[in-house]
Write a protein that binds this ligand. Structure first.
Ligand code: V47
Length: 364
């Protein structure tokens, strides 16, 4: 394999990766530009196995999207709707609690809860969601509200971001998911999501959370109109933020799904693109403990392959995924624990059921 990597013109990067040396943006560019996916994957696998051995993680989780009503209406999003739309919905706090109660008998360890930027739900609603869920399932870790939602909650509650996070934490918030990062580039944000919190704003919320001891994830929405340079700049901003705070748990590359969006003329990403984004991220983000291949977006089959191309996590059982399925995802909406264990074992890895903070629950 080493000879193959040298023949692909990536010998100097192999030396760096082997020696644990940090890659430059130029190195990342060469990896993205290389047509030799096996060499790039081999490099990523070195980092993956150094950090996570032969383990591959999954979680028993539940997704809840409390409302799709959104004032941002990003061009890449098929989920967000205007309040007047016939497709708009909004769940009451009691309805959300009911959703949690419905699955009372299941060993769910995490609730992943996000929604749109709602024009008029009061701050007490969001606090109520957290408190309500904790009342019925005090044992469950709540990973909720993207950095974009947190900034909005600070605005409507007349508190600083720090005060808001402290207050939400007191109500039951345990960690923050990685959504809303998109691509930090102001050019991309201007074209695709002009009303959304800026990239700097997103990073500031994440770093503030980390300083309060709240862990978070990070994402990048790739495969639309972004350039390779813009992807690398995004990764570099995340790597620098992580150097400062060490609060990010996982990086999740999100494959753009065009159906029902204002960018529906674009094609879906290819398998090669999906693997490349995972592999380059694994090589470049040397300070991120985990890279997730989100099976909902790239499918269980490619997620298996991704476990040898840098990923060490496939996300979880999920159930009722709306954001990607509104945009044309053809994956199922849920996988059982047995199915997750099976796809991981067949990929030659050791399935580890984890909690949100990557504490091991069971090894299969
Ligand atoms: O914030 C929106 C993205 C995100 C589309 O933190 C789209 O562990 C593809 O962030 N095609 C939500 N992506 C999903 C997300 C996530 C998922 C799983 C785990 C975690 C985690 C985070 O999906 C949004 C946005 O960035 N998105 N529209 C689309 N058409």
């Amino acid at each position: 394999m080493d000879t193959m990597v040298v023949q692909a013109g990536l010998g100097d990067i192999l030396e760096k990766v082997g020696g644990g040396e940090r890659l430059t943006k130029e190195d990342a560019f060469r990896l993205f530009a290389s047509p030799d996916i096996l060499s790039v994957g081999y490099l990523a696998n070195i980092v993956r196995e150094r950090l996570n051995g032969n383990r591959a993680y999954f979680i028993y989780n539940q997704h809840i999207n409390y409302s799709n009503i959104c004032t941002n209406l990003c061009k890449f999003c098929a989920f967000g709707k205007e309040k007047s739309s016939v497709l708009a919905y909004e769940m009451s706090v009691d309805e959300v609690i009911e959703k949690v109660k419905e699955r009372d008998s299941e060993p769910i360890s995490e609730i992943h809860m996000v929604g749109g930027i709602h024009p008029d739900l009061p701050y007490s609603y969001y606090r109520g969601l957290l408190e309500g869920i904790k009342t019925v399932r005090p044992d469950i870790h709540i990973q909720a509200f993207t950095c974009v939602e947190i900034a909005h909650l600070a605005e409507i509650s007349d508190q600083s971001v720090e005060e808001t996070l402290g207050d939400l934490q007191a109500a039951g918030l345990d960690s923050i998911p990685g959504g809303g990062a998109e691509v930090f580039s102001p050019r991309i944000r201007k074209i695709t999501c002009e009303k959304k919190l800026s990239g700097e704003g997103w990073l500031e919320v994440a770093k503030t959370a980390h300083r309060l001891g709240i862990k978070s994830n990070a994402t990048m929405l790739y495969g639309h109109i972004e350039t390779i340079e813009e992807r690398i700049e995004h990764l570099d901003m995340l790597r620098s933020a992580q150097d400062e705070t060490k609060g990010f748990l996982t990086f999740i590359p999100l494959a753009f799904h065009p159906k029902n969006t204002e960018m529906s003329e674009l094609s879906r990403t290819s398998g090669m693109e999906d693997l490349k984004n995972i592999a380059v991220a694994r090589c470049f983000l040397d300070n991120f403990p985990h890279i997730k291949a989100y099976w909902i977006m790239i499918g269980p089959k490619l997620s298996q392959v991704a476990l040898s191309f840098g990923a060490d996590d496939v996300d979880g059982t999920v159930k009722e995924e709306i954001i990607t399925h509104m945009a044309g995802a053809d994956t199922d909406q849920a996988m059982s624990r047995d199915q997750l264990v099976r796809i991981i074992k067949e990929a030659g890895r050791i399935p580890v059921e984890r909690d949100t903070l990557y504490n091991e629950i069971s090894v299969y």
